[in-house]
Design a protein around this ligand. Structure first.
Ligand code: CTP
Ligand code: MG
Length: 228
């Protein structure tokens, strides 16, 4: 197994309203992206890293890498318009030896190393695996955002996180098909599901939040201090 981790950090962080890409904000003094890279670096099963950033953020990333050098081989690749376009760019840079590809959001610095290892091991079940948590809220479906259409059974609902892990051929095929069909998904698994491959779920804890809005910074710092 040769595992390449793609860290997606090429977004704009618009919902954070910070004026800079949220991943360069700090939690307890350390940049979010620096914390995420540390987790990837600490996962023994990961062999190589591709970091996706926007060209204009390259300087920030280089500052982080100077403070905190990576020991694993890595490449920096520029992202695209949507997250899916960014991952697509990274797939063109995959090394020949890669057999397993892991995708992770730069904005999920609280992921546990043992969960990264668990989801990497989970890939052998069906060829695709994701971290997931049972949803705590009751979810309503509304096509217009004003009135409720129906209420799916909460027991059947899961929120997915990253890492998501795939056999290389499974992910490459899914991306090729998505671009052929002009399909955009909000996670990599949704592309794979369209090809008929079953995605396995590895149950995550509730701490692996995606830093998205200002509240999440407060929550993340509280989680870091509490060591849950
Ligand atoms: N991402 C990316 N390339 C894009 C868009 C997003 O690599 N074109 C990354 C983000 O940097 C983030 C992850 O994908 O780590 C999840 O996306 P999201 O939380 O939506 O981040 P942003 O798109 O940056 O935030 P927003 O949607 O609020 O602008
Ligand atoms: Mg986004």
């Amino acid at each position: 197994k040769y595992v390449v981790a793609i860290v997606a950090a090429a977004g704009m962080g618009k919902r954070m309203k910070a004026g800079i890409n949220k991943q360069f904000l700090t939690l307890e003094g350390q940049e979010i992206l620096a914390r995420t890279l540390q987790k990837i670096e600490a996962s023994p099963s990961i062999d190589e890293i591709i970091i996706l950033i926007q060209k204009s953020d390259r300087h920030y990333l280089e500052l982080i890498l100077r403070k905190q050098p990576l020991s694993k081989p890595y490449q920096i690749v520029y992202g695209g318009k949507e997250r899916q376009d960014s991952i697509h760019n990274a797939l063109t840079a995959l090394p020949e030896e890669a057999t397993v590809v892991l995708t992770h959001d730069g904005a999920r610095p609280l992921v546990k190393v043992n969960k990264i290892e668990e989801v990497i091991n989970g890939v052998s079940m069906t060829g695709a695996a994701t971290l997931a948590t049972p949803v705590k809220d009751t979810i309503k479906v509304s096509h217009n955002g004003q009135t409720v259409d129906y209420t799916p059974n909460r027991k059947e609902l899961f929120a997915v996180q990253t890492p998501q892990v795939f056999y290389k051929e499974v992910l490459l095929k899914a991306y090729a098909q998505a671009y052929r069909e002009h399909y955009y998904g909000t996670d990599d698994c949704s592309l794979v599901e369209k090809t008929g491959v079953k995605v396995s779920m590895v149950i995550d804890d509730f701490s692996n939040i995606k830093i998205t809005t200002p509240e999440d910074l407060i929550l993340a710092e509280a989680l870091l201090r509490s060591d849950i």
